[in-house]
Design a protein around this ligand. Structure first.
Ligand code: SAH
Ligand code: MG
Length: 219
């Protein structure tokens, strides 16, 4: 496997790095930079095709991916229903109470996402797709230079995202999966399971690993 920094050949702008690090969410800086590098690499590998992330939350990973898109004149589709995953709901480990809309009583990360992307200056390159991943995936046909899976981390949502979305990765394009923990002591299984499925399918091969981020290429 190659060092993601080597694959990059591009340096993220310091202003966008600062914005990404300040944004709320779940993406350590080294993994974010690896994601940026993967997006730059994917853009070189596949002409014209857009990038798509599943699971945007407040826009942290969207800055890393959107920075690469902006630099190259591509587009990132940032897909999220913005109602939070199971683990973001009240009473769960990753709940942030100020993200609940007092009017509906439901989580709503869309306003934060919009602010984050606007303040980073990448709004022209980042298109929010607000909806349920399988609903959008059922009608999505555009080939992707890069697919980043970081949506629902339960078994059902993770495997469903894998099944619905990975066929959309263009030949030579990249698949990035977050929160891949080979050791069960470090975190939940489903992202690791779909990473293994991708390798075992023979359709994807390892490119790089940074923390819990895995980058694979479509063979
Ligand atoms: N990438 C983000 C973290 C994502 S957290 C960061 O960098 O911080 C996971 C996100 O997946 C949540 O915002 C949740 O709303 C979204 N999500 C979970 N299940 C989903 C589904 N079925 N459709 C769309 N979004 C979903
Ligand atoms: Mg994650």
């Amino acid at each position: 496997m190659t060092d993601p920094a080597e694959v990059a050949g591009a340096t993220m702008s310091p202003a966008l790095r600062t914005a990404a690090e300040a944004a709320r969410g779940f993406m350590p800086p080294d993994e974010g930079l690896a994601l940026y590098a993967a997006a730059c690499d994917a853009i070189e590998r596949v002409a014209q095709a857009p990038l798509l992330e599943i699971g945007s939350y407040c826009g942290k990973s969207a800055i890393y991916l959107g920075a690469a898109a902006q630099r190259a004149g591509r587009v990132l589709f940032a897909l999220d229903h913005h109602r939070g995953s199971e683990e973001n709901q009240a009473g769960w480990e990753w709940h942030e109470p100020d993200l609940v809309d007092p009017e509906t009583g439901r989580m709503d990360t869309l306003p934060n996402f919009r602010r984050t992307v606007f303040n980073a200056g990448i709004e022209a390159s980042v298109v929010a797709v607000v909806g349920d991943s399988p609903t959008v995936g059922a009608v999505w046909t555009t080939p992707l230079a890069l697919l980043f899976i970081d949506g629902g981390h339960g078994s059902e949502p993770a495997h469903r995202d894998y099944e619905i979305w990975t066929p959309r990765v263009a030949p030579g394009g990249l698949l990035a999966i977050h929160d891949v923990f080979p050791d069960p002591a470090d975190g939940g299984r489903p992202p690791y399971e779909i990473y293994c499925r991708a390798l075992e399918s023979g359709a994807f091969a390892d490119v790089s690993a940074t923390g819990s981020l895995r980058v694979l290429e479509r063979c």
